[in-house]
Design a protein around this ligand. Structure first.
Ligand code: PLP
Length: 427
């Protein structure tokens, strides 16, 4: 598409936007007395206006029914989580029986590692990407140590090449091949939180399988942002949080995907709890664990209703908008942002910004990470003073994510104008 760096052009894109009415379904935070340009949905998605009612419904039912709400609430709490697999299936490219909504992300990662990292004498190594989100690294190393191995020996972190910001898929694939029969598991952030890079999950999975290893992805920055086909890509497991692109409340309930081929195998090892056992016999309080033959068999505890109410409200908006349309608009917004940042660079006498997010359409989602060569923190603070909410990452990167449900092309244009004016005044 031929973009133009003008307000009139941005307006035109907004007029044509099939999702333009969805912005009104969200609260837009104010900053310095005006609507902020909220480009931080990759960190915490905005609150849908419908969320308060959804949560209040459950509060009312709790007030009215007490414990009887488990059965008699408008959405009975015992089965509340059952609504999510169907809603999430198109977003994940997964079958409903492969999906369970539970816990929080890092907890789910631990549960998945307990199941899928089963090191044997010679097969114990884990491949992940260098500069993975620290929580993921902590979790992986915990399991290496719990199994009696040392991280120096067991953990292989694939790096970006010298002078490059992102990791080449081919380098991950060759690390997998080189590790061969020693490889137990590959675990990668499907979209890197820092650079916004989307990895080739399909090829990484099949390379891992060729060596006999398992493969999983952390989808924190992928879910609700890019198109996924977890089932067809043959991914073994995944987990995610719902408070980023899914707008499902701070610290809200997370989820996990376990491929169909495992879920009916009751002997498959896991960390078990009573909410994962056969629903027919759960309340007979029998001593033996009889796992539910879906991803629900990994549920441990009874589920957090208030947090799931927020998740429900948010996912209803996804269903109304249609996930395909969301992804399409997300791509267009980020392409426009890339175009505008390039335009700023072209028109300044010296290069002030470097975009470290990959350019190829299938290698990025909404997020664009911008390295600022000089005084990055000043630029970030200046953006805030101009009511832009973005995200600062030490030492020199600003992450900006215009998201399709509530951001506009005009905001992308305005963002460019603010940063462009600042940089040209410094130049
Ligand atoms: C956001 C994020 C987390 C946060 O984990 P929680 O358990 O939800 O606190 C972990 N890993 C990645 C890759 C993330 O992007």
């Amino acid at each position: 598409m031929n973009f133009k760096n003008t307000l009139a052009f941005a307006h035109e894109l907004d007029m044509e936007d099939p999702l333009k009415k969805f912005r009104d379904k969200f609260y837009i935070p104010l900053l310095y007395g005006k609507d902020s340009i909220y480009f931080n949905g990759n960190s915490l998605g905005l609150q849908p206006k419908s969320t308060q009612d959804a949560v209040l419904n459950e509060m009312e039912d709790w007030a009215n029914y007490g414990g009887e709400g488990h059965l008699h609430a408008r959405n009975p709490w015992i089965t509340y989580h059952d609504m999510f697999p169907k809603k999430l299936a198109p977003i994940l490219g997964a079958l409903p029986e492969e999906i369970v909504v539970m816990n929080n992300l890092t907890v789910n990662l631990h549960l998945m590692l307990a199941t899928f990292y089963r090191p044997a004498k010679e097969r114990y190594k884990i491949i992940c990407e260098e500069k993975a989100f620290p929580s993921d690294r902590y979790a992986v190393i915990s399991h290496i140590r719990l199994a009696g191995y040392k991280e120096e020996d067991a953990l292989i972190e694939v790096k970006a090449r010298n002078g490059e910001f992102t990791i080449r898929n081919e380098d991950i694939l060759s690390a997998i091949k080189d590790c061969g029969e020693k490889l137990a598991l590959v675990i990668i952030g499907g979209v890197n939180y820092y650079t916004g890079q989307v990895f080739d999950m399909k090829r990484i999975t099949s390379a891992a399988h060729e060596t006999g290893a398992k493969c999983g992805f952390d989808l924190a920055h992928a879910i609700g942002n890019i198109e996924l086909q977890l089932h067809d890509w043959d991914v073994d497991f995944s987990c995610w949080c719902t408070y980023k692109y899914l707008n499902s409340s701070p610290g809200g309930v997370g989820g996990a995907f376990i491929h169909q081929r495992y879920v009916t195998d009751k002997s498959f090892l896991r960390l078990a709890g009573w909410w994962g056992t056969n629903k027919e016999t759960r309340f007979k309080m029998e001593k033996d664990f009889d796992p539910i033959p879906t991803a629900e068999g990994w549920l441990v505890s009874c589920t957090p209703v208030l947090s799931m109410a927020a998740h429900k409200a948010a996912l209803e908006i996804f269903a109304q908008a249609g996930f395909k349309k969301i992804v399409e608009k997300g791509k267009k917004l980020s392409e426009y942002l890339l175009y505008i940042l390039d335009d700023i660079n072209e028109h300044s006498s010296k290069k002030m910004l470097e975009i470290i997010t990959p350019r190829a359409e299938n290698e990025h989602g909404c997020q664009v990470s911008v390295l600022v060569f000089e005084n990055g923190k000043h630029v970030f603070d200046m953006l805030r003073k101009n009511s832009v909410i973005a995200d600062w990452r030490e030492p020199d990167v600003i992450r900006v994510a215009p998201v399709p449900l509530y951001n506009t092309f005009e905001e992308v244009y305005q963002f460019g104008e603010i940063i462009g004016n600042y940089l040209s005044a410094k130049n």
